[in-house]
Design a protein around this ligand. Structure first.
Ligand code: RAM
Length: 908
């Protein structure tokens, strides 16, 4: 009996604890338990789980300790109770932090229900190396004379361990790329490390917890290097040695034993070097592996390296070394062959069913010296043959030479390919599906969004947008992943940023890239076309491209609510604006080379009559104003009042100049294209009284093209937003659902599994666009994703509620959709909007994260008949009715799940 009572009490306790608010998802610098933080004031964030609706944080308390169990003594930081609803980006404010040390933290909060939560689980972070002389390791390069093809160097070191290891941390970076092992096992799960930055100014190192990788007695470290971005053949023109001709390693291993003593194993003159199976490796060309030359066991202690060369100690700088905050590239989805077949030309092909970025792992059994060639392609031509012309000079070929005898497994190390199909040469006998697996590789950012609807083509479009991101977020945001390019084009990145932020947690990814943008910015303020910059000096200063300097930081701030991005980028933003100003005369930016509305609809066959050419300087003027506006917004947030004043005056002059130069007295733009109206309206270039007429002209223009878009890279992202803003959402839906060229769905009807560079990469007759520039994995046009999340599902930020502290939920019912279901992980937790037409009812289900408030726009003109969770809305105590508009009722609600049922009449 007593037992039962105790059990019941325990049960009740669990139930009440569960019903209470809990603190969860602790992150440091946006990462879960990160290693290698070199910022002395790391930022903390957490989320709340609350069963009760309308839960807010009123106060918090943070404790930081030196050990996981040390929270009752010797705290480094204890905030005490801080009255604040801030739960993201709280800077550390305790005792100074030391290099290499691990710190532990916990938080509890007081909620608005009068409850104090229990302490959260313990989270930790570990500091990186903070000063140049925290690095005891020396830069080393192979000691042998390199061959022309530059086989991948192997570097090794043996050492003894006689005591019990308590903890061990490895700090690694390279000139080139590295793959490191301890005792024959790969360290960590990352690829293409140390990642790509503006190497001469900023070189990342990675930090690994290797405590469990040692054995008692002899141990070995083995590191293989690849040329990669640093010195491999790369960039437009396929140059080598862009950052230097050396290939080098910096490796430091700090071991702490259980007896408290420490030891450091460093890269230094005692290491050995040689080459192995990887005979050459370049990003575009692919990799050549000769298994006959494999040094079996080279990274294990049993290996005999007496024939190996020594190493060269180098004096490369260590003061440019920085910690890594962006999520490194890791392995993701695996694909098995969908189809194996022979083409009309007689090639043996595997179709993996998805245009992906990564490589194929294959198993093969054959003769010694047998050569296997794996070529990659995104598409087949209209006759069904393997098509690689659009890769330009990128060979994209992996070549394997067999050792023979037993089954062998191959995959490359320091290259990647963009492909759906592979062509296989050199196999004897039939290809067996189980011997081939394609693996996608991309930066390991958290998935944050999903979007599904009742329309399968739109779902495929979403899928394609997501794969555009997966294929092109490989440490830097690239334009394309397959041809001899793969560069961080600034224009592409800025147009896609907002969409990307819905799909993945891209904050750290872009914090890094924006720092490279600033690092490579020219002294005159101009921004390079690609970041990190590997093009000629004159390749800079284009409108719509350089504006990545202002557009991305501002939008990062909106999405993630971290002011630091504005602080760190402010000078870069200002320099860009000042650069434009220096290029302008009478406030008109009318010089320089600009890409304009890149890849807009261009008539070849006079389908609709007109090519949609928008004057490049008209575009430049619009982006000039936009960048100035974003600089003003930023200056306001940072309290730089002089700049706010000065740039506001400038903005007015820029807009006046625009009106004089690019609009007629009746309010038409001189180019009279969709893009010209879209930019003029989206960036508020026109006075209030001219706006609706301009929107009407835009709508008429779209109708003139038989309800087709004609926009290129710069107009496309804002097209539907502008239509929605000026009461043309129905037309925006028509454009979205348009299936014929040019449209978003046209490629979907052509079996696309990614977003194409051009609206007509494959033409209606099945032939290809010009192979000089015809990527089938280019995310820019995927920027429509933003409108789908923000307008169709209606998930947005309300007013000044940056980081989604205040949320607007404003779904738009339209198109042929019966339902739309979207969710998005905000910094505060899950936000969702699901709407569904159910006969004469519209059901709207939405989830609002704790510690936020939402303004929900219910599509109805009166409260009559509207229920929430089965009760009359007007009777609800939890939901406040804020505003009744003509076609919507705005209600305010706190966190929780809400289910509205709204009377609905189908539109005719
Ligand atoms: C192409 C790139 C990129 C674009 C530039 C202007 O080479 O693919 O998408 O931004 O040109």
């Amino acid at each position: 009996m007593i037992k039962r009572i105790i059990l019941l009490c325990l049960f009740l306790q669990i139930v009440t604890v569960k019903a209470q608010t809990q603190v969860t998802s602790l992150t440091t610098e946006g990462l879960t338990n990160p290693l290698g933080i070199d910022n002395l004031q790391p930022h903390f964030s957490w989320q709340l789980i609350a069963k009760q609706r309308n839960t807010m944080q009123l106060a918090y308390e943070i404790k930081v300790a030196e050990s996981e169990t040390g929270f009752n003594k010797d705290l480094l930081w204890s905030t005490g109770k801080v009255i604040s609803d801030q739960s993201i980006h709280i800077p550390y404010g305790g005792k100074p932090l030391e290099a290499g040390k691990r710190y532990y933290w916990q938080v509890r909060i007081w909620d608005n229900k009068g409850k104090l939560t229990t302490w959260s689980n313990v989270a930790y972070w570990q500091m990186g190396l903070l000063k140049e002389n925290d690095w005891q390791a020396q830069w080393i390069s192979p000691g042998y004379a390199e061959e022309n093809d530059r086989p991948s160097p192997l570097l090794r070191k043996e050492f003894k361990i006689n005591k019990k290891v308590k903890s061990a941390t490895a700090y690694i970076t390279a000139h080139g790329l590295y793959e490191a092992q301890i005792n024959g096992k790969k360290i960590g799960d990352k690829y293409f490390t140390p990642g790509w930055t503006s190497y001469k100014k900023r070189l990342q190192y990675q930090v690994y917890d290797v405590s469990d990788m040692f054995i008692n007695g002899n141990n070995a470290i083995g590191v293989m290097l690849g040329s990669g971005w640093y010195r491999g053949y790369f960039s437009l023109g396929n140059f080598k040695d862009i950052y230097g001709s050396d290939i080098s390693l910096l490796f430091q291993l700090n071991i702490t034993y259980t007896d408290g003593s420490t030891e450091t194993i460093n890269s230094d003159g005692s290491w050995k070097s040689s080459t192995g199976a990887v005979r050459s490796s370049n990003i575009y060309a692919g990799e050549v592996i000769d298994a006959r030359l494999e040094k079996i066991g080279w990274a294990t202690p049993e290996f005999n390296d007496k024939d190996w060369s020594g190493v060269k100690v180098q004096s490369f700088p260590k003061n440019i070394l920085i910690g890594t905050y962006n999520e490194s590239v890791t392995r993701h989805e695996k694909f098995i062959p969908k189809k194996i077949f022979t083409t009309p030309k007689g090639d043996q092909i595997i179709d993996f069913g998805q245009n992906l970025v990564g490589w194929v792992t294959l198993k093969v059994k054959g003769e010694v010296g047998q050569k296997i060639t794996v070529s990659h392609a995104e598409v087949l031509d209209k006759d069904g043959n393997f098509y690689t012309e659009n890769l330009r000079i990128a060979k994209a070929q992996d070549i394997y030479i067999l050792k023979g005898g037993k089954q062998e497994t191959f995959e490359p190390h320091f290259t990647w390919h963009g492909f759906r199909y592979v062509k296989l040469e050199g196999f004897s006998g039939e290809l067996k599906p189980e011997d081939f697996e394609a693996c996608a590789l991309y930066s390991n950012m958290e998935k944050t969004g999903s979007f599904t609807t009742s329309n399968e083509l739109i779902n495929q479009l979403q899928h394609n947008i997501e794969w555009g991101l997966k294929g092109n977020f490989l440490d830097v945001p690239t334009d394309c992943p397959q041809r001899d390019e793969r560069l961080g084009w600034t224009g592409d990145a800025q147009v896609f940023f907002r969409t990307a932020s819905f799909l993945r947690g891209v904050n750290n990814f872009f914090v890094k890239w924006m720092k490279d943008l600033a690092a490579d910015q020219f002294p005159d303020g101009s921004v390079t076309h690609v970041v990190p910059n590997v093009l000629a000096d004159f390749e800079r200063g284009s409108s719509g491209w350089g504006d990545a300097a202002t557009i991305i930081p501002w939008n990062m701030y909106l999405a993630y609510g971290d002011k630091r991005i504005l602080e760190t980028q402010y000078q870069s933003m200002k320099n860009w604006v000042n650069y434009i100003q220096s290029q302008s005369k009478n406030n008109l930016w009318k010089q320089g080379r600009h890409f304009g509305d890149w890849l807009f609809y261009n008539v070849q066959d006079d389908l609709f009559g007109d090519s949609a050419i928008t004057n490049k300087y008209l575009i430049a003027q619009c982006f000039y104003a936009h960048s100035v506006q974003l600089l003003i917004n930023t200056a306001e947030v940072l309290g730089r009042n002089d700049d706010v004043k000065g740039y506001n005056l400038l903005l007015q002059e820029i807009k006046d100049a625009f009106l004089n130069e690019y609009t007629t007295a009746n309010g038409a733009t001189v180019s009279d294209t969709q893009t010209s109206y879209v930019l003029a309206l989206h960036f508020d270039m026109l006075p209030e009284k001219l706006r609706q007429q301009a929107a009407d002209r835009l709508a008429a223009n779209i109708r003139r093209y038989d309800t087709h878009l004609t926009t290129g890279f710069l107009g496309t992202p804002y097209l539907c937003h502008v239509l929605s803003r000026f009461n043309y959402t129905d037309l925006a839906f028509e454009l979205l659902l348009q299936k014929t060229y040019p449209s978003w769905l046209y490629p979907v009807t052509k079996d696309a599994t990614t977003i194409w560079e051009r609206w007509d990469g494959i033409k209606p007759d099945g032939s290809f666009e010009n192979s000089d520039m015809n990527s089938f994995n280019h995310y820019a046009y995927g920027a429509i994703g933003d409108w789908m999340y923000r307008v169709v599902a209606g998930l947005d930020i309300e007013g000044d509620g940056i980081g989604y502290k205040k949320i607007r939920i404003h779904p738009h019912i339209g198109g042929d959709f019966n339902y739309v279901s979207a969710d998005y992980k905000t910094p505060y937790g899950k936000l969702s909007s699901n709407w569904k037409i159910n006969g004469n009812k519209l059901n709207l289900k939405t989830e609002i994260p704790p510690n936020t408030v939402a303004y929900i726009n219910i599509p109805a003109s009166s409260l009559e008949g509207i229920t929430e969770s089965g009760k009359n809305l007007s009777a609800s105590k939890e939901i406040e009715i804020v505003e009744k508009k003509e076609n919507s009722i705005v209600v305010k609600a706190g966190s929780g799940i809400y289910e509205f049922s709204i009377p609905y009449t189908m539109k005719k």
